[in-house]
Design a protein around this ligand. Sequence first.
Ligand SMILES: [Zn+2]
Ligand SMILES: [Zn+2]
Length: 209
Amino acid sequence: MTCKDALVINQLLGRLTYFHVLFIEPAMRTHRPRRPHHSCCRHRPGRTEYGPVTTAELAGRPWWVLTEIGQALGAPNCVCGAGVSDCCATCLVRHHSEQIVDCWIDTEAHAYGCVPTTTEQSLWSADISHRLASAFAHQHSINTTATCIPRGRSQRAIAYGFPLVAELSALWTQPLGQAPVISWLNHCTELNDVARERNTRTEPCTPSR
Ligand SMILES: [Zn+2]
Ligand SMILES: [Zn+2]
């Protein structure tokens, strides 16, 4: 990965943080953090392969911002419980990304009065968190056959009617090799602006089913 690629990744992480602070935090309701589906790949019984980068090594790097946001949402700083410092960093990136996407979906749903089905919500958060974890693994030359990034996710879940979640998905679909998306969201300063603009651009609640 070139210095320019690393810069693009940092910019995308910065945009995620900017959106979270500007649009989501002021409007979000109490968020109930999602429990990890299972242990990270380093602590899973019967492991045969696992991510070589640990959460302790992740601290202080740009990707750590996901952990900081995840912790602010009530999630522990590790996949396998608070204080475990040698969990897999890729699993942690994926887990905290899921927390963040879940929070964004809940907040946008409340702001627009448009609630996705449970299946849609879990598909969107799984898909986007998978993309972020894959970008992290690529940047750190981690073999993506590790169990922290399940295979078989080739279908992109498009979050119709949820501009911030859809933008996040678009930005991380091919984080390298394309310029960051410049969209009408750049002209909004709060979630109410997004809601107003959204209603002029999309069906009030465009279903994806
Ligand atoms: Zn662990
Ligand atoms: Zn892992």
